[in-house]
Design a protein around this ligand. Structure first.
Ligand code: HEM
Length: 384
């Protein structure tokens, strides 16, 4: 059976080995479906629309583009990319990490169908304004249902390593639990806001004041604690193998500090969304995306049947492009949007191109990795 780094073999003695093998293979397939779906949302509805938005804003020297397009981009990145990755990794790894069992994947596939339809419909409502009064609440309901199925699947597992942590829950589990609660709260707020907007508003965008509070909740109650939890569990397993990971992860922590600092400045200095936008992208691109690029390219190939990452150099290149693009974006966004130094408008499209190149290489590296056979099959082939 293809096993996974840091995870002991399932202990259900009564389940025949052949059934466990089949379950393991279908769990890996489910995880890859979530990963590929997340990559799709990151690239097309997320990043391409983000680059398009930024190019239009730079061209007009101001924030005069459709709020629903900006929100469609944000939703595709936060829920379509990060949310889908988290659900996929959770479905695959939580049962193993807590009770060392391999689960049937039916619930995972139903959740995938509901989740993907929900996020796609939301994007269509925001981008095309198609039947948005119906699609907006419907998409939020589908997303919430998918999350509830996820919650039901992972809730039935009790941690087995309580003894090793003196009878208390390990910190990584507490962090993931906080992140899961934040995820659920975010989806509930999303449903209430979608229902409210569909009845009272004239277009599919959430009101600005609500949207900025909603994004703060998603960032600090959902994404940051979840990334910390998964990293606390997996970094000790994966760090040390490649020194470069540690270096790049430090830059993610630096961007987290920058995001917090800029967020504080924004409260006092923001007039034209420059400080708020810079703080948001330090967090989403500089911290979250760097963590996902760094940890994801180590963890996902292992979860997908112990595959070897296609290109370690590609991994370094995409991380460099992402971070250079992000540093350029964050600095020029404040200077340009706030009117401190107008030539900074010219740098913004370049920052978008750099980030776009980074995310495209990240997606290509994972796709090429999934296309390769698992490492044990390569070894068997070369031994034969
Ligand atoms: C190539 C990379 C990206 C580009 C060019 C880009 C561009 C933009 C632009 C132009 C905006 C409008 C606000 C502003 O002017 O700052 C925006 C908002 C936003 N972006 Fe990005 N972005 C990128 C990557 C990301 C990533 C990776 C994430 C999350 C993981 C993200 C999450 C968001 C969110 C949450 C908003 C706010 C949406 C709202 O107001 O509802 N972006 N982005």
């Amino acid at each position: 059976m293809s096993s996974t780094v840091g995870i002991e073999e399932p202990r259900q003695q009564e389940t025949p080995v052949i059934l466990l093998k089949a379950r393991e293979t279908s769990a890996q397939r489910l995880m890859m479906a979530y990963a590929l779906t997340g990559l799709f949302f990151m690239l097309l509805p997320g990043t391409f629309l983000g680059v398009w938005n930024l190019t239009s804003i730079s061209g007009r020297h101001g924030n005069a583009i459709s709020a629903s397009w900006i929100q469609a981009h944000g939703h595709a990145q936060i829920f379509g990319w990060i949310g889908t990755f988290i659900l996929g990794i959770g479905f695959y790894s939580v049962p193993k990490m807590t009770s060392q069992t391999v689960q049937p994947t039916v619930r995972g596939w139903i959740a995938w169908l509901l989740w993907t339809s929900g996020v796609l419909l939301r994007w269509a409502a925001g981008f095309y304004h198609l039947y948005w009064r119906v699609l907006l609440p419907l998409s939020a309901l589908l997303e919430l249902c998918a999350f509830l199925i996820f919650l039901r699947s992972v809730r039935s597992h009790r941690p087995v390593d309580l003894k090793s942590s003196g009878g208390r829950k390990p910190v990584w589990i507490i962090s993931v639990l906080i992140g899961t609660a934040g995820f659920g709260m975010g989806l509930l707020m999303n449903l209430f806001a979608a229902a409210y907007v569909s009845v009272t508003a004239t277009g599919p965008a959430f009101p600005t004041g609500f949207e900025s509070r909603f994004l703060t909740l998603l960032a600090y109650a959902f994404i940051v604690p979840t990334i910390w939890g998964f990293s606390a569990r997996w970094l000790p397993v994966f760090l040390g193998l490649k020194a470069v990971n540690e270096t790049v992860l430090r830059s993610a922590l630096l961007f987290l500090l920058i995001a917090a600092g800029l967020g504080i400045c924004a409260a006092y200095l923001d007039h034209a969304n420059g400080w708020v936008g810079a703080s948001r992208h330090s967090l989403t691109v500089g911290f979250i995306s760097t963590m996902v690029f760094a940890v994801g390219q180590r963890v996902l190939p292992a979860f997908a049947g112990m595959r070897v990452l296609y290109g370690p150099r590609l991994m370094l290149t995409c991380l460099l492009l992402l971070n250079v693009g992000c540093a350029l974006r964050v600095s020029s966004e404040i200077l340009a949007y706030e009117g401190y130094w107008l030539p900074a408008w010219n740098a913004l499209p370049w920052s978008a191109i750099c980030e776009l190149a980074g995310v495209t290489l990240f997606a290509a590296n994972l796709l090429l990795t999934f296309k390769q056979p698992p490492a044990h099959e390569i070894r068997t082939l070369s031994a034969a």
